[in-house]
Design a protein around this ligand. Sequence first.
Ligand SMILES: Nc1ncnc2c1ncn2[C@@H]1O[C@H](COP(=O)(O)OP(=O)(O)OP(=O)(O)O)[C@@H](O)[C@H]1O
Ligand SMILES: [Mg+2]
Length: 480
Amino acid sequence: MIMITDTRGNIKYVNPRFTQFTGYTSEEVIGKDMRFLKSGEIPPEVFKELWETITSGNEWRGEFCNKKKNGELYWEYAFISPVKNTEGIINHFVAVKADITDLKKSGEKLLESERFEVINTMSLGIAHEFSNILAIIYGYAQLLKENYRESKELMDGLRTICRKVNDGSEIIKKMQEYTNIKKDDTSRFMALDIRDIIKSAIDFTKPRWKDMVLTKGIIYDIDKKGLKKAPTILGNPLKLKEVFVNIINNAVDAMPDGGRISFRTWRKNGSVFISISDTGKGMSEDVQKRVFDPFFTTRRPKGTGLGMSVSYGIIKRHGGEIDVESKSGKGSTFTLKFPINREKARTTESSKPTKQKKAKNLNILVVDDDIKICRILNKFLSKEGHNVRSVDSGDEAIKLLKSEVFDLVLCDLIMPMVTGYDIIRFLNMLDKRPKVGVITGWGEEIGPRMKEDIKVDFVIKKPFDITEISGHINDLFNAE
Ligand SMILES: Nc1ncnc2c1ncn2[C@@H]1O[C@H](COP(=O)(O)OP(=O)(O)OP(=O)(O)O)[C@@H](O)[C@H]1O
Ligand SMILES: [Mg+2]
Protein backbone atom coordinates (compact mmCIF):
# COMPACT_ATOMS: atom_id res chain seq x y z
CA MET A 1 0.00 0.00 0.00
CA ILE A 2 1.23 3.49 -0.76
CA MET A 3 0.23 6.77 0.84
CA ILE A 4 1.58 10.27 0.25
CA THR A 5 0.99 13.10 2.72
CA ASP A 6 2.02 16.71 2.99
CA THR A 7 4.31 17.91 5.76
CA ARG A 8 1.42 18.23 8.20
CA GLY A 9 0.32 14.66 7.64
CA ASN A 10 -2.69 15.43 5.41
CA ILE A 11 -3.27 12.69 2.87
CA LYS A 12 -2.59 13.68 -0.76
CA TYR A 13 -2.66 10.30 -2.46
CA VAL A 14 -3.47 6.65 -1.77
CA ASN A 15 -3.07 3.82 -4.25
CA PRO A 16 -5.91 1.42 -5.24
CA ARG A 17 -4.50 -1.34 -3.02
CA PHE A 18 -4.98 0.97 -0.03
CA THR A 19 -8.64 1.72 -0.84
CA GLN A 20 -9.29 -1.94 -1.55
CA PHE A 21 -7.71 -3.05 1.69
CA THR A 22 -9.08 -0.45 4.09
CA GLY A 23 -12.51 -0.06 2.52
CA TYR A 24 -12.20 3.72 2.20
CA THR A 25 -12.58 5.45 -1.19
CA SER A 26 -9.89 7.96 -2.25
CA GLU A 27 -12.42 10.78 -1.85
CA GLU A 28 -13.05 9.78 1.75
CA VAL A 29 -9.39 9.95 2.74
CA ILE A 30 -7.77 12.63 0.58
CA GLY A 31 -7.36 15.87 2.49
CA LYS A 32 -7.78 14.10 5.84
CA ASP A 33 -5.10 13.91 8.52
CA MET A 34 -3.56 10.45 8.19
CA ARG A 35 -3.92 10.01 11.97
CA PHE A 36 -7.62 9.33 11.52
CA LEU A 37 -6.65 5.74 10.71
CA LYS A 38 -5.20 5.31 14.19
CA SER A 39 -6.59 2.46 16.22
CA GLY A 40 -5.62 3.83 19.59
CA GLU A 41 -3.45 0.74 20.16
CA ILE A 42 -0.17 2.54 19.54
CA PRO A 43 1.27 4.66 22.36
CA PRO A 44 1.65 8.39 21.52
CA GLU A 45 5.43 8.19 22.03
CA VAL A 46 5.71 6.07 18.90
CA PHE A 47 4.06 8.79 16.84
CA LYS A 48 6.24 11.42 18.42
CA GLU A 49 9.36 9.48 17.53
CA LEU A 50 8.10 8.87 13.99
CA TRP A 51 7.34 12.53 13.48
CA GLU A 52 10.70 13.68 14.81
CA THR A 53 12.52 11.21 12.57
CA ILE A 54 10.83 12.13 9.31
CA THR A 55 10.68 15.90 9.85
CA SER A 56 14.40 15.85 10.44
CA GLY A 57 14.86 14.27 6.99
CA ASN A 58 15.29 10.62 7.95
CA GLU A 59 13.42 7.46 7.02
CA TRP A 60 11.30 5.78 9.72
CA ARG A 61 10.25 2.20 9.76
CA GLY A 62 8.05 0.39 12.20
CA GLU A 63 4.73 -1.23 12.99
CA PHE A 64 1.33 0.35 13.34
CA CYS A 65 -2.06 -0.89 14.28
CA ASN A 66 -4.70 0.93 12.22
CA LYS A 67 -8.40 0.69 11.71
CA LYS A 68 -10.28 -0.19 8.52
CA LYS A 69 -13.50 1.56 7.55
CA ASN A 70 -15.55 -1.30 9.02
CA GLY A 71 -13.76 -0.90 12.34
CA GLU A 72 -11.55 -3.98 11.93
CA LEU A 73 -8.02 -3.49 13.23
CA TYR A 74 -5.01 -4.38 11.08
CA TRP A 75 -1.27 -4.33 11.57
CA GLU A 76 1.06 -2.84 9.00
CA TYR A 77 4.77 -2.56 8.61
CA ALA A 78 5.54 0.92 7.26
CA PHE A 79 8.52 2.66 5.62
CA ILE A 80 8.00 6.39 5.71
CA SER A 81 10.45 8.69 3.91
CA PRO A 82 10.55 12.44 3.46
CA VAL A 83 10.55 13.79 -0.12
CA LYS A 84 12.45 17.01 -0.76
CA ASN A 85 11.87 19.61 -3.46
CA THR A 86 14.63 21.04 -5.68
CA GLU A 87 15.61 23.48 -2.92
CA GLY A 88 16.16 20.58 -0.54
CA ILE A 89 13.09 21.38 1.55
CA ILE A 90 10.80 18.56 2.66
CA ASN A 91 7.40 18.94 1.04
CA HIS A 92 5.90 15.44 1.22
CA PHE A 93 6.14 12.14 3.03
CA VAL A 94 5.77 8.83 1.23
CA ALA A 95 4.64 5.78 3.18
CA VAL A 96 4.99 2.27 1.79
CA LYS A 97 3.13 -0.22 3.98
CA ALA A 98 2.62 -3.98 4.13
CA ASP A 99 -0.20 -5.78 5.92
CA ILE A 100 1.31 -7.98 8.65
CA THR A 101 -1.84 -8.82 10.58
CA ASP A 102 -1.58 -12.58 9.99
CA LEU A 103 2.08 -12.61 10.87
CA LYS A 104 1.36 -10.82 14.11
CA LYS A 105 -1.38 -13.26 14.94
CA SER A 106 0.76 -16.33 14.34
CA GLY A 107 3.45 -14.77 16.52
CA GLU A 108 0.95 -14.36 19.31
CA LYS A 109 -0.26 -17.93 18.82
CA LEU A 110 3.26 -19.22 19.29
CA LEU A 111 3.61 -17.39 22.54
CA GLU A 112 0.23 -18.67 23.58
CA SER A 113 1.23 -22.28 22.95
CA GLU A 114 4.47 -21.87 24.87
CA ARG A 115 2.53 -20.38 27.72
CA PHE A 116 0.15 -23.27 27.59
CA GLU A 117 3.03 -25.76 27.79
CA VAL A 118 4.35 -24.14 30.95
CA ILE A 119 0.99 -23.97 32.69
CA ASN A 120 0.14 -27.46 31.48
CA THR A 121 3.28 -29.00 32.96
CA MET A 122 2.77 -27.20 36.21
CA SER A 123 -0.89 -28.16 36.50
CA LEU A 124 -0.09 -31.79 35.74
CA GLY A 125 2.54 -31.85 38.47
CA ILE A 126 0.32 -30.21 41.05
CA ALA A 127 -2.68 -32.35 40.17
CA HIS A 128 -0.63 -35.53 40.45
CA GLU A 129 1.07 -34.70 43.76
CA PHE A 130 -2.08 -33.41 45.37
CA SER A 131 -4.28 -36.24 44.31
CA ASN A 132 -1.88 -38.64 46.02
CA ILE A 133 -1.80 -36.57 49.16
CA LEU A 134 -5.58 -36.20 49.25
CA ALA A 135 -6.05 -39.92 48.68
CA ILE A 136 -3.98 -40.73 51.70
CA ILE A 137 -5.75 -38.17 53.89
CA TYR A 138 -9.05 -39.56 52.71
CA GLY A 139 -8.06 -43.17 53.25
CA TYR A 140 -6.93 -42.52 56.82
CA ALA A 141 -9.94 -40.38 57.64
CA GLN A 142 -12.16 -43.22 56.47
CA LEU A 143 -10.29 -45.76 58.53
CA LEU A 144 -10.53 -43.52 61.59
CA LYS A 145 -14.23 -43.08 61.01
CA GLU A 146 -14.63 -46.83 61.09
CA ASN A 147 -12.71 -47.05 64.37
CA TYR A 148 -14.03 -44.20 66.43
CA ARG A 149 -17.73 -44.12 65.85
CA GLU A 150 -18.44 -43.36 69.52
CA SER A 151 -16.76 -39.96 69.54
CA LYS A 152 -19.16 -37.46 68.04
CA GLU A 153 -16.57 -34.71 68.02
CA LEU A 154 -14.07 -36.83 66.17
CA MET A 155 -16.71 -38.04 63.71
CA ASP A 156 -17.74 -34.46 62.95
CA GLY A 157 -14.15 -33.48 62.36
CA LEU A 158 -13.53 -36.47 60.13
CA ARG A 159 -16.66 -35.78 58.17
CA THR A 160 -15.46 -32.24 57.53
CA ILE A 161 -12.07 -33.56 56.45
CA CYS A 162 -13.72 -35.94 53.99
CA ARG A 163 -15.94 -33.20 52.62
CA LYS A 164 -13.01 -30.89 52.10
CA VAL A 165 -11.00 -33.66 50.46
CA ASN A 166 -13.90 -34.07 48.06
CA ASP A 167 -13.84 -30.34 47.27
CA GLY A 168 -10.10 -30.62 46.69
CA SER A 169 -10.56 -33.62 44.39
CA GLU A 170 -13.09 -31.67 42.34
CA ILE A 171 -10.55 -28.91 41.80
CA ILE A 172 -7.90 -31.44 40.83
CA LYS A 173 -10.27 -33.09 38.40
CA LYS A 174 -10.85 -29.73 36.74
CA MET A 175 -7.12 -29.08 36.53
CA GLN A 176 -6.70 -32.43 34.85
CA GLU A 177 -9.47 -31.49 32.43
CA TYR A 178 -7.36 -28.55 31.41
CA THR A 179 -4.17 -30.53 31.08
CA ASN A 180 -4.88 -33.94 29.65
CA ILE A 181 -5.20 -32.55 26.16
CA LYS A 182 -3.23 -35.34 24.54
CA LYS A 183 -4.96 -38.35 26.01
CA ASP A 184 -8.61 -38.22 25.19
CA ASP A 185 -10.80 -40.94 23.93
CA THR A 186 -12.02 -39.72 20.58
CA SER A 187 -13.36 -43.16 19.69
CA ARG A 188 -16.36 -42.34 21.85
CA PHE A 189 -17.09 -39.09 20.06
CA MET A 190 -20.35 -38.90 18.18
CA ALA A 191 -21.84 -36.73 15.46
CA LEU A 192 -23.58 -33.76 17.03
CA ASP A 193 -25.73 -30.88 15.95
CA ILE A 194 -24.15 -28.08 17.91
CA ARG A 195 -27.51 -26.31 18.20
CA ASP A 196 -28.84 -29.16 20.36
CA ILE A 197 -25.88 -28.81 22.69
CA ILE A 198 -26.34 -25.06 22.99
CA LYS A 199 -30.05 -25.41 23.65
CA SER A 200 -29.47 -27.97 26.37
CA ALA A 201 -26.85 -25.69 27.97
CA ILE A 202 -29.34 -22.81 27.90
CA ASP A 203 -31.96 -25.02 29.56
CA PHE A 204 -29.44 -26.18 32.12
CA THR A 205 -28.53 -22.63 33.16
CA LYS A 206 -32.12 -21.38 33.01
CA PRO A 207 -32.86 -21.76 36.74
CA ARG A 208 -30.01 -19.37 37.42
CA TRP A 209 -31.04 -16.45 35.25
CA LYS A 210 -34.77 -17.15 35.59
CA ASP A 211 -34.35 -16.87 39.34
CA MET A 212 -32.81 -13.41 38.96
CA VAL A 213 -35.79 -12.39 36.88
CA LEU A 214 -38.19 -13.49 39.57
CA THR A 215 -36.38 -12.27 42.66
CA LYS A 216 -34.80 -9.05 41.45
CA GLY A 217 -36.77 -8.13 38.36
CA ILE A 218 -33.61 -8.36 36.27
CA ILE A 219 -34.18 -9.31 32.66
CA TYR A 220 -31.96 -11.60 30.63
CA ASP A 221 -32.76 -11.75 26.97
CA ILE A 222 -31.59 -14.98 25.36
CA ASP A 223 -31.30 -14.42 21.62
CA LYS A 224 -31.19 -17.67 19.67
CA LYS A 225 -32.13 -16.25 16.28
CA GLY A 226 -28.57 -16.66 15.01
CA LEU A 227 -28.58 -20.42 15.62
CA LYS A 228 -28.57 -21.55 12.00
CA LYS A 229 -28.37 -25.10 10.76
CA ALA A 230 -24.74 -26.15 10.46
CA PRO A 231 -23.02 -29.43 9.60
CA THR A 232 -22.45 -31.86 12.47
CA ILE A 233 -19.25 -31.99 14.46
CA LEU A 234 -17.70 -34.94 16.29
CA GLY A 235 -17.65 -34.72 20.03
CA ASN A 236 -18.67 -35.64 23.49
CA PRO A 237 -22.05 -33.98 24.13
CA LEU A 238 -21.70 -33.77 27.90
CA LYS A 239 -18.29 -32.13 27.71
CA LEU A 240 -19.36 -29.66 25.06
CA LYS A 241 -22.43 -28.80 27.04
CA GLU A 242 -20.16 -28.02 29.99
CA VAL A 243 -18.28 -25.54 27.81
CA PHE A 244 -21.44 -23.62 26.92
CA VAL A 245 -22.70 -23.76 30.50
CA ASN A 246 -19.44 -22.14 31.63
CA ILE A 247 -19.66 -19.45 28.98
CA ILE A 248 -23.31 -18.67 29.76
CA ASN A 249 -22.64 -18.56 33.50
CA ASN A 250 -19.79 -16.12 32.94
CA ALA A 251 -21.99 -13.97 30.74
CA VAL A 252 -24.66 -13.88 33.46
CA ASP A 253 -21.97 -12.99 36.02
CA ALA A 254 -20.82 -10.15 33.79
CA MET A 255 -24.35 -8.72 33.58
CA PRO A 256 -25.50 -8.22 37.18
CA ASP A 257 -28.15 -5.78 35.99
CA GLY A 258 -29.41 -7.92 33.16
CA GLY A 259 -28.69 -7.83 29.44
CA ARG A 260 -28.65 -9.95 26.32
CA ILE A 261 -26.83 -13.15 25.40
CA SER A 262 -26.85 -13.84 21.67
CA PHE A 263 -25.89 -17.10 20.01
CA ARG A 264 -24.80 -17.50 16.43
CA THR A 265 -23.66 -20.46 14.37
CA TRP A 266 -22.24 -20.53 10.88
CA ARG A 267 -20.06 -22.60 8.62
CA LYS A 268 -16.87 -21.51 6.92
CA ASN A 269 -14.04 -23.43 5.21
CA GLY A 270 -14.52 -26.85 6.75
CA SER A 271 -15.37 -25.56 10.21
CA VAL A 272 -18.43 -24.86 12.26
CA PHE A 273 -18.30 -21.55 14.13
CA ILE A 274 -20.28 -20.59 17.19
CA SER A 275 -20.28 -17.18 18.79
CA ILE A 276 -21.74 -16.21 22.14
CA SER A 277 -21.99 -12.49 22.81
CA ASP A 278 -23.06 -10.73 25.96
CA THR A 279 -23.75 -7.11 26.74
CA GLY A 280 -21.95 -7.30 30.06
CA LYS A 281 -19.06 -5.45 31.58
CA GLY A 282 -16.47 -6.78 29.17
CA MET A 283 -12.80 -7.44 29.81
CA SER A 284 -9.63 -5.41 29.70
CA GLU A 285 -6.80 -6.55 27.38
CA ASP A 286 -5.03 -8.05 30.36
CA VAL A 287 -8.02 -10.12 31.48
CA GLN A 288 -8.56 -11.32 27.89
CA LYS A 289 -5.01 -12.64 27.76
CA ARG A 290 -5.47 -14.65 30.94
CA VAL A 291 -9.09 -15.72 30.77
CA PHE A 292 -8.17 -19.33 29.83
CA ASP A 293 -5.49 -19.72 32.50
CA PRO A 294 -6.31 -22.10 35.34
CA PHE A 295 -7.17 -20.23 38.55
CA PHE A 296 -7.36 -16.85 36.87
CA THR A 297 -10.43 -15.08 38.19
CA THR A 298 -11.57 -11.55 38.89
CA ARG A 299 -14.41 -12.92 40.99
CA ARG A 300 -12.59 -14.07 44.08
CA PRO A 301 -13.62 -15.64 46.39
CA LYS A 302 -16.74 -16.83 44.57
CA GLY A 303 -15.03 -17.82 41.35
CA THR A 304 -12.38 -20.52 41.20
CA GLY A 305 -11.06 -19.38 37.84
CA LEU A 306 -11.38 -22.88 36.42
CA GLY A 307 -14.47 -22.52 34.22
CA MET A 308 -12.75 -21.20 31.13
CA SER A 309 -9.57 -23.23 31.51
CA VAL A 310 -11.59 -26.43 31.69
CA SER A 311 -13.53 -25.28 28.63
CA TYR A 312 -10.29 -24.52 26.82
CA GLY A 313 -9.03 -28.08 27.47
CA ILE A 314 -12.29 -29.61 26.26
CA ILE A 315 -12.32 -27.52 23.09
CA LYS A 316 -8.70 -28.39 22.27
CA ARG A 317 -9.45 -32.08 22.70
CA HIS A 318 -12.19 -31.67 20.12
CA GLY A 319 -9.69 -30.23 17.66
CA GLY A 320 -11.34 -26.87 18.15
CA GLU A 321 -10.34 -23.34 19.01
CA ILE A 322 -11.71 -20.60 21.19
CA ASP A 323 -11.09 -16.89 20.97
CA VAL A 324 -12.38 -13.93 22.85
CA GLU A 325 -13.05 -10.38 21.79
CA SER A 326 -14.07 -7.83 24.30
CA LYS A 327 -13.85 -4.23 25.39
CA SER A 328 -14.23 -3.00 28.95
CA GLY A 329 -17.79 -1.85 29.39
CA LYS A 330 -18.85 -3.06 25.95
CA GLY A 331 -19.57 -6.78 26.41
CA SER A 332 -17.68 -9.86 25.27
CA THR A 333 -17.87 -12.32 22.42
CA PHE A 334 -16.46 -15.82 22.60
CA THR A 335 -16.01 -17.48 19.22
CA LEU A 336 -15.56 -21.24 18.99
CA LYS A 337 -14.51 -23.22 15.97
CA PHE A 338 -14.78 -26.98 15.42
CA PRO A 339 -13.92 -29.12 12.42
CA ILE A 340 -16.92 -30.37 10.47
CA ASN A 341 -17.62 -34.07 10.94
CA ARG A 342 -16.45 -35.96 7.82
CA GLU A 343 -17.23 -39.44 9.11
CA LYS A 344 -20.58 -40.30 7.64
CA ALA A 345 -20.67 -43.71 9.28
CA ARG A 346 -20.76 -42.31 12.76
CA THR A 347 -23.64 -39.97 12.08
CA THR A 348 -26.10 -42.69 12.94
CA GLU A 349 -24.85 -42.74 16.51
CA SER A 350 -26.13 -39.25 17.15
CA SER A 351 -29.49 -40.46 18.36
CA LYS A 352 -28.04 -42.93 20.81
CA PRO A 353 -27.53 -41.79 24.37
CA THR A 354 -23.95 -41.23 25.52
CA LYS A 355 -22.25 -44.34 26.71
CA GLN A 356 -21.03 -44.04 30.26
CA LYS A 357 -17.37 -44.80 30.73
CA LYS A 358 -17.75 -46.11 34.23
CA ALA A 359 -17.92 -49.85 34.78
CA LYS A 360 -20.99 -50.84 36.78
CA ASN A 361 -22.88 -53.84 38.08
CA LEU A 362 -19.88 -56.06 38.46
CA ASN A 363 -19.89 -58.96 40.88
CA ILE A 364 -16.96 -58.31 43.14
CA LEU A 365 -15.52 -60.40 45.95
CA VAL A 366 -13.42 -58.66 48.58
CA VAL A 367 -11.11 -60.77 50.72
CA ASP A 368 -9.20 -59.22 53.61
CA ASP A 369 -8.56 -60.51 57.10
CA ASP A 370 -9.05 -56.96 58.35
CA ILE A 371 -12.78 -56.66 58.59
CA LYS A 372 -12.61 -52.86 58.47
CA ILE A 373 -10.94 -52.89 55.10
CA CYS A 374 -13.66 -55.26 53.91
CA ARG A 375 -16.25 -52.84 55.16
CA ILE A 376 -14.72 -49.76 53.50
CA LEU A 377 -14.30 -51.51 50.19
CA ASN A 378 -17.76 -52.97 50.38
CA LYS A 379 -19.29 -49.59 51.03
CA PHE A 380 -17.30 -47.80 48.39
CA LEU A 381 -17.77 -50.34 45.63
CA SER A 382 -21.48 -50.70 46.35
CA LYS A 383 -21.80 -46.96 46.05
CA GLU A 384 -20.10 -47.21 42.65
CA GLY A 385 -22.93 -49.50 41.59
CA HIS A 386 -21.37 -52.96 42.01
CA ASN A 387 -22.65 -56.08 43.76
CA VAL A 388 -20.15 -56.75 46.49
CA ARG A 389 -19.52 -59.71 48.78
CA SER A 390 -16.79 -59.58 51.36
CA VAL A 391 -15.16 -62.25 53.50
CA ASP A 392 -12.37 -62.04 56.07
CA SER A 393 -10.60 -65.32 55.40
CA GLY A 394 -9.09 -67.10 52.43
CA ASP A 395 -10.89 -70.20 53.44
CA GLU A 396 -14.30 -68.63 53.10
CA ALA A 397 -13.26 -66.95 49.88
CA ILE A 398 -12.48 -70.25 48.20
CA LYS A 399 -15.77 -71.71 49.42
CA LEU A 400 -17.67 -68.79 47.84
CA LEU A 401 -15.68 -68.95 44.64
CA LYS A 402 -16.68 -72.58 44.21
CA SER A 403 -20.36 -71.73 44.27
CA GLU A 404 -20.63 -68.26 42.75
CA VAL A 405 -19.32 -66.46 39.71
CA PHE A 406 -17.43 -63.21 40.18
CA ASP A 407 -16.10 -60.69 37.68
CA LEU A 408 -13.40 -59.44 40.01
CA VAL A 409 -11.69 -60.62 43.17
CA LEU A 410 -9.93 -58.04 45.30
CA CYS A 411 -7.75 -59.74 47.84
CA ASP A 412 -5.16 -59.19 50.47
CA LEU A 413 -1.98 -61.24 50.07
CA ILE A 414 -0.87 -61.92 53.59
CA MET A 415 -3.59 -63.68 55.58
CA PRO A 416 -3.42 -66.40 58.20
CA MET A 417 -3.98 -69.98 56.97
CA VAL A 418 -5.17 -69.62 53.40
CA THR A 419 -3.27 -66.70 51.88
CA GLY A 420 -3.93 -64.46 48.91
CA TYR A 421 -1.43 -66.51 46.90
CA ASP A 422 -3.51 -69.63 47.56
CA ILE A 423 -6.65 -67.88 46.39
CA ILE A 424 -5.02 -66.70 43.19
CA ARG A 425 -3.64 -70.15 42.43
CA PHE A 426 -7.11 -71.51 42.87
CA LEU A 427 -8.55 -68.84 40.57
CA ASN A 428 -6.03 -69.61 37.89
CA MET A 429 -7.40 -73.13 37.65
CA LEU A 430 -10.92 -71.95 36.92
CA ASP A 431 -12.30 -72.01 33.36
CA LYS A 432 -13.79 -68.61 33.73
CA ARG A 433 -11.23 -66.84 35.80
CA PRO A 434 -12.32 -63.57 37.34
CA LYS A 435 -9.98 -60.58 37.14
CA VAL A 436 -7.75 -60.24 40.16
CA GLY A 437 -6.68 -57.14 42.05
CA VAL A 438 -4.22 -57.50 44.89
CA ILE A 439 -4.07 -55.22 47.88
CA THR A 440 -0.70 -55.34 49.57
CA GLY A 441 0.32 -53.95 52.94
CA TRP A 442 3.22 -51.73 53.85
CA GLY A 443 6.52 -52.92 52.53
CA GLU A 444 5.19 -55.97 50.70
CA GLU A 445 6.28 -56.15 47.14
CA ILE A 446 5.35 -58.64 44.51
CA GLY A 447 8.41 -59.32 42.41
CA PRO A 448 7.96 -59.39 38.63
CA ARG A 449 8.43 -63.15 38.50
CA MET A 450 5.91 -63.73 41.22
CA LYS A 451 3.49 -61.44 39.43
CA GLU A 452 3.85 -63.52 36.30
CA ASP A 453 3.39 -66.66 38.33
CA ILE A 454 0.26 -65.64 40.15
CA LYS A 455 -1.25 -63.65 37.27
CA VAL A 456 -2.81 -60.56 38.79
CA ASP A 457 -4.44 -57.75 36.87
CA PHE A 458 -3.52 -54.93 39.20
CA VAL A 459 -1.80 -54.28 42.50
CA ILE A 460 -2.70 -51.65 45.04
CA LYS A 461 -0.78 -50.67 48.11
CA LYS A 462 -2.22 -49.86 51.49
CA PRO A 463 -3.23 -47.26 52.47
CA PHE A 464 -5.00 -47.38 49.19
CA ASP A 465 -6.58 -44.61 47.28
CA ILE A 466 -10.13 -45.72 46.82
CA THR A 467 -10.51 -43.80 43.58
CA GLU A 468 -7.43 -45.61 42.27
CA ILE A 469 -9.30 -48.87 42.65
CA SER A 470 -12.22 -47.62 40.61
CA GLY A 471 -9.72 -46.35 38.03
CA HIS A 472 -8.28 -49.89 37.69
CA ILE A 473 -11.73 -51.39 37.52
CA ASN A 474 -12.82 -49.01 34.79
CA ASP A 475 -9.65 -49.65 32.84
CA LEU A 476 -10.04 -53.40 33.10
CA PHE A 477 -13.72 -53.64 32.29
CA ASN A 478 -13.96 -50.97 29.66
CA ALA A 479 -11.13 -52.51 27.73
CA GLU A 480 -13.19 -55.65 27.31
N1 LIG B 1 -18.40 -13.02 29.50
C1 LIG B 1 -17.48 -12.46 30.31
N2 LIG B 1 -17.51 -11.12 30.57
C2 LIG B 1 -16.59 -10.56 31.37
N3 LIG B 1 -15.58 -11.22 31.96
C3 LIG B 1 -15.48 -12.54 31.74
C4 LIG B 1 -16.42 -13.24 30.90
N4 LIG B 1 -16.06 -14.53 30.85
C5 LIG B 1 -14.97 -14.65 31.62
N5 LIG B 1 -14.61 -13.47 32.16
C6 LIG B 1 -13.45 -13.19 33.02
O1 LIG B 1 -12.60 -14.31 33.02
C7 LIG B 1 -12.37 -14.79 34.33
C8 LIG B 1 -12.18 -16.28 34.32
O2 LIG B 1 -13.37 -16.95 33.98
P1 LIG B 1 -13.61 -18.42 34.50
O3 LIG B 1 -14.95 -18.88 34.06
O4 LIG B 1 -12.44 -19.26 34.14
O5 LIG B 1 -13.56 -18.26 36.07
P2 LIG B 1 -14.65 -17.62 37.03
O6 LIG B 1 -15.94 -17.43 36.32
O7 LIG B 1 -14.03 -16.43 37.65
O8 LIG B 1 -14.78 -18.75 38.12
P3 LIG B 1 -15.50 -20.20 37.95
O9 LIG B 1 -14.41 -21.18 38.16
O10 LIG B 1 -16.50 -20.21 39.00
O11 LIG B 1 -16.06 -20.28 36.57
C9 LIG B 1 -13.57 -14.28 35.14
O12 LIG B 1 -13.25 -14.14 36.50
C10 LIG B 1 -13.85 -12.95 34.46
O13 LIG B 1 -12.99 -11.95 34.92
MG1 LIG C 1 -16.84 -19.01 35.20
